[in-house]
Design a protein around this ligand. Structure first.
Ligand SMILES: NC(=O)c1ccc[n+]([C@@H]2O[C@H](COP(=O)([O-])OP(=O)(O)OC[C@H]3O[C@@H](n4cnc5c(N)ncnc54)[C@H](O)[C@@H]3O)[C@@H](O)[C@H]2O)c1
Length: 407
C-alpha cells in the first residue's frame, strides 16, 4: 500500500522545500494547503519533478474539520505541519484570526491525526524576550526559568487587541472546553506569560496541545522551534524559494532594497539586534530526520533549529553588499515593542539525538536567496514582483534619511 507523509502548508516557502526533501528521500507526500499564502506553482513544480502519483495535492482549509478529514482519506503514516499565519505584527492586531488558523486549525489536525506521529513547526517566538544568562536558548527554557524562580509572573505580551486573561478564556471556550484532554496545566498557564506576541503564544499553545495529546493518547511528536529561516533551493532539477505575499523577512527585504524595488531596508532602532539565521535546506533535512525517528518509535521531543551564531541586521547587510556588489540603502526607524535584543539556538539536543547540525554558512544562504530573488523561475516571476505591496518606507519618509552599506 502506498503511504503518504501529509504536509500542511506544503505550498508555502518552508513546506515546499521540506516536501522536496521527503520526496528526495523516497517518501510520497500529500500537500494540504488553502493557498492563502502558498502558491500553486510550488505544487506544480514538485509534481513536474516527481510525478503526480507521488505528490498529491488537496486545496483544503485546515480550519474546516470535515474538509480536512475528507482530504486525509488516503493512507498517511504521519503529519508535518506548517500551515499557519506567521506575522508577529499582524498577530497583535488580528488575534482571533491567529487563534483560528494556528490553534483551531491545529486542533483539527490533532483530531484527524489520531495517534499518528506529528512533526510540528514552532518558532523562536515561543521564547519571547529571553532572560539574561539563558542564551543560546535551550528547549527547556520555560521550565528552567520557572525552576530557578526567574519565571515571568505576568504576561510579556506587547500591547495588542486583548490581554492574556481574555486569551486564556478563549482557549478554554474553544479548545479545552470541548476537549478536556487539551486543558492547560498550571505550569503551561504560567509559561503562557513568556511570549511577547500573539503569534508566539499560538505556537506555544500548539506545543502544549501536542504534550497533552501524548499524555492522553500516546501520539508522538517532535516540535521544532526554528529561528530565522532563509535561503533557497536552486538545484538543477528544482528551484524553490521565499515568495510570501507580503514579505516582512529581513533577507528578502535587503535584496529588494538593493534591486530598487523598495526605497530602503527599515532598521528598527539604533541598538544591535542579534538573530540566528538557518538555511531552509538545513531545516528540511532536520524534518526528514525527525519524522524518520518518530516512525522508528523515537521519543517525543522539542528540538531547536538554528546555527547558534548571531548576526545583527547590519552584519547581514554588509555580507549581502559584499556578495552582490550593490550598495544596500537602509533607514533607521523607531524600535518595535517586544523585539528581543538577541535570540540564538542551542542545538546540542538535536545534534546528540539525531546527529543534525546546520551545515550551510551565511554567505551561501545569502547567495542562494539572491539567486532566487534576482532571477526566479519564469512561473514565479509575477508573484515575486508583487510581494512588497506595502512599501515599508515611503519616499517622503526616506527623504534625506537613507544611508548606504557599501561593499
Ligand atoms: N519563515 C520563517 O522564518 C519561520 C520561522 C519560524 C517558524 N516558521 C514557521 O514555519 C511555518 C512555515 O512558514 P513559511 O515561512 O513557510 O510560511 P508560508 O506562509 O510560506 O507557509 C504557510 C503555508 O500555510 C498555508 N496555510 C495558511 N493557513 C492555512 C489554512 N487555514 N489551511 C491550509 N493552509 C494554510 C499557506 O497557504 C502557506 O502555504 C509556519 O508555521 C511558521 O510559523 C517560519
Amino acid at each position: 500500500m502506498t503511504e503518504y507523509v501529509a504536509i500542511t502548508g506544503g505550498a508555502g516557502y518552508i513546506g515546499g522545500i521540506v516536501a522536496n526533501s521527503f520526496l528526495g528521500s523516497g517518501s510520497n507526500v500529500l500537500i494540504l494547503d488553502n493557498l492563502s499564502e502558498g502558491n500553486i506553482q510550488v505544487v506544480n513544480a514538485l509534481q513536474k519533478r516527481y510525478g503526480k502519483d507521488r505528490v498529491l495535492y488537496r486545496n483544503v482549509d485546515i480550519t474546516d474539520y470535515n474538509a480536512l478529514r475528507e482530504a486525509c482519506r488516503v493512507p498517511i503514516n504521519g503529519f508535518v505541519d506548517f500551515a499557519a499565519k506567521i506575522s508577529v505584527g499582524e498577530s497583535q492586531q488580528k488575534c482571533l484570526e491567529y487563534f483560528q488558523t494556528n490553534n483551531i486549525g491545529f486542533l483539527n489536525l490533532l483530531l484527524v491525526a489520531g495517534d499518528r506521529p506529528i512533526v510540528k513547526s514552532l518558532t523562536a517566538a515561543i521564547y519571547g524576550t529571553p532572560r539574561d544568562g539563558f542564551l543560546p536558548l535551550k528547549e527547556t527554557y520555560h521550565a528552567d526559568i520557572r525552576a530557578q524562580g526567574k519565571g515571568f509572573k505576568k504576561s510579556q505580551l506587547m500591547q495588542g487587541a486583548a490581554n492574556l486573561e481574555e486569551m486564556l478564556g478563549w482557549y478554554k471556550e474553544h479548545i479545552s472546553g470541548q476537549h478536556k484532554w487539551l486543558g492547560l496545566t498550571p505550569e503551561q498557564i504560567i509559561d503562557s506569560n513568556v511570549p511577547t506576541s500573539v503569534y508566539g503564544l499560538t505556537k506555544l499553545w500548539d506545543y502544549f496541545m501536542l504534550q497533552n495529546r501524548e499524555f492522553y493518547t500516546g501520539g508522538k511528536f517532535i516540535g521544532l522551534p526554528y529561528f530565522n529561516a532563509a535561503g533557497a533551493l536552486n538545484s538543477p532539477e528544482l528551484r524553490l524559494g521565499e515568495a510570501h505575499r507580503i514579505e516582512t523577512h529581513l533577507i528578502p527585504t535587503i535584496f529588494e532594497a538593493a534591486m530598487g524595488g523598495i526605497h530602503a531596508v527599515p532598521v528598527f532602532g539604533e541598538k544591535r539586534k542579534l538573530r540566528d539565521y538557518v538555511d531552509v535546506k538545513d531545516l528540511a533535512e532536520a524534518h526528514v530526520l525527525c519524522f524518520d525517528s518518530l516512525l522508528g518509535n523515537g521519543e517525543s521531543k522539542v528540538f531547536n533549529l538554528g546555527t547558534g551564531r548571531q548576526y545583527d541586521t547590519k552584519d547581514i547587510m554588509i555580507a549581502a553588499a559584499e556578495i552582490i556588489g550593490i550598495p544596500i540603502p537602509y533607514m533607521i526607524v523607531p524600535d518595535r515593542a517586544g523585539d528581543s535584543r538577541a535570540l540564538a539556538a542551542d542545538t546540542t539536543a538535536i545534534q546528540q539525538a539525531l546527529g543534525w547540525s546546520a551545515t550551510i554558512p551565511l554567505r551561501q544562504m545569502l547567495t542562494d536567496a539572491f539567486k532566487w530573488q534576482s532571477n526566479p523561475p519564469p512561473e514565479f516571476q509575477a508573484l515575486m514582483k508583487n510581494r512588497f505591496p506595502t512599501v515599508p518606507i515611503s519616499l517622503s519618509q526616506a527623504k534625506g534619511k537613507i544611508r548606504y552599506i557599501r561593499q
